[in-house]
Design a protein. Structure first.
Length: 229
């Protein structure tokens, strides 16, 4: 899954739980049987795994990442989680074991890879038949990004190799990667500063409502893919 040298550029040490973490965790719990085995590839600081273990402590959790720093943070924050070190090659995902997991998560990882299709294929390969792969990627067509672009400001994450608006994301999965998509969703449309909306529930509710009205503006595209039986 060869990633760029900037792969961790957007992971500051104090990054907070956001809408896409919560939505991905919700989908993990919805699509995984009780006591299921969950693998988070590119787990970052482990926010999704923390949310899952809080709500479904019976699940067996695994975290895989190429960053020793991130794995150490996860070891401290989710001590019951089994850790796996990855290289920048999709084969390092495959090496975790064929048909081993019930659910695999790749949240804000795929945009960092130079081999997105091969990375998806490797993730599907570690799933059991009918297992679920939950993918989340950032949306480059949010009001925030469009405003910066219109003002000709330098707005770019230098760790991102690929980016997809909602239509291109659906096309990529269904017609290029040719995977079986069973759900296309999103997180919130970010209107207010996250440090404020995360603490003021009516503001966050408004952002989620807006994402249902205008899903193309949401911060993240979130999809569930099923491995063939």
């Amino acid at each position: 899954m060869t990633t760029t040298d900037w792969q961790n550029i957007h992971i500051p040490s104090q990054k907070v739980v956001t809408g896409y973490h919560r939505e991905v965790a919700r989908l993990v719990i919805e699509h995984t049987a009780p006591r299921g085995r969950v693998l988070d590839v590119g787990a970052g600081l482990g926010h999704v795994l923390q949310l899952v273990t809080e709500q479904a402590p019976e699940m067996e959790l695994h975290a895989a990442d190429s960053s020793d720093e991130c794995l150490e943070v996860i070891r401290q924050g989710v001590p019951e989680c089994e850790l796996h070190k990855l290289s920048d090659d999709p084969e390092s995902i495959t090496a975790l074991g064929a048909a081993r997991f019930d659910t695999c998560v790749m949240s804000h990882l795929l945009e960092h890879t130079r081999q997105p299709i091969e990375t998806i294929e490797a993730a599907l390969g570690v799933l059991k038949p009918n297992g679920r792969l939950i993918l989340a990627v950032p949306n480059p067509a949010t009001p925030h990004v469009l405003t910066y672009n219109a003002a000709r400001l330098d707005y770019v994450n230098r760790g991102h190799v690929c980016c997809w608006d909602r239509s291109h994301w659906m096309n990529f999965l269904e017609n290029i990667a040719k995977v079986k998509v069973i759900h296309h969703g999103q997180d919130e449309v970010r209107v207010f500063p996250q440090r404020i909306s995360s603490r003021v529930w009516p503001l966050k509710q408004f952002e989620h409502m807006l994402s249902r009205v205008v899903p193309r503006w949401a911060h993240s595209h979130i999809s569930v893919v099923e491995r063939a039986a």
